[in-house]
Design a protein around this ligand. Sequence first.
Ligand SMILES: [Zn+2]
Length: 339
Amino acid sequence: MSMRDPAEIEKFISNIDHALLTVSEIRSSLRHFTQLVQSENKGPSFVHAFSDRLNSVKRDLNTLSSEGENLKGALEHAQFVANENKFNWALIKSEAEKEAAEEEIRFREEEANSAKAKETGSFVKANADYAYKQLSSIVLEQKPTSISVPLFFTTCINQWMSNKKPADIDFTVTFEKEETPTLTGSTCHIKISARKALVADLELEYEKYSDTLVVHQYDIKGVKEEKHFWQDSQYLVFQKVNLLATDAFEDMLVFFAKESLHNMLDWFCSYHNLFTTPCHRCHKILQFDSPQYRYLPPMVRTWAKKLPVAQSDSSVVHPAPGTAYHMRCYIEYKNNHAI
Ligand SMILES: [Zn+2]
């Protein structure tokens, strides 16, 4: 094997440097992955975060294995030179001196620029910080740099409150847990309250890549009712609204995220007259439900729905979203219109 020229050796060194950087990236990815797995608080975004972190570990390992190929030349050369014991000391010395001089210049510049640089070992620290910052941008979660990016829920709810909420209806939306950005969008926990009608707790997630809304958990109950997510409402009317919400959300969530959220707010808002408006079909307020619960108000409010293409231009007139029905009247209506 022949002697290598300095340019080639420099290439070897840069390959080694790269591989070392990748190793430290892997350590960082692994550390964050482990932290995530061990974390106590596994929120709604856990699954996404999990696969995201796992992917960055995989990606770094792949990078390392391809960089391993590049190291072969350097390692062969090192072995050859070591066997021959023919190190070019003069070259090594001059290169090392050159590098030290360059580092010294950089150190002086930094010292001039920053008071911090006066600390002992500041050069090392500055370089470590720089490397860490570079790594963070690849490996770590994006921290509040996204503060300038408007948050989905905050923006959409504000838009709905100022443009779409009927002015005469007492209806509020509050953040129980403020909106939190995730790797794939954001999550929040909101409380919706329609005076004298109902309160709804919703844990929502916005998926920015698919532009969809996900409902992780919801709970609809009476205004003065104290209960936990996992308990059923003590009132039959809210138990039924909770069941109805499963169907309603399924239809509402096929829209893009903003429309889904606005439809959802429209729907909850249409419950403001839960106990006071008559049924669209039978025009009565109370309907006999059962000997146990006796009379119930119209607890159905129709919701926005994407119609199949065949139906969208048919002559059947669907009542506007928010129309009130008794559960039984609604089922009758659905059967009659085959929807
Ligand atoms: Zn009715």
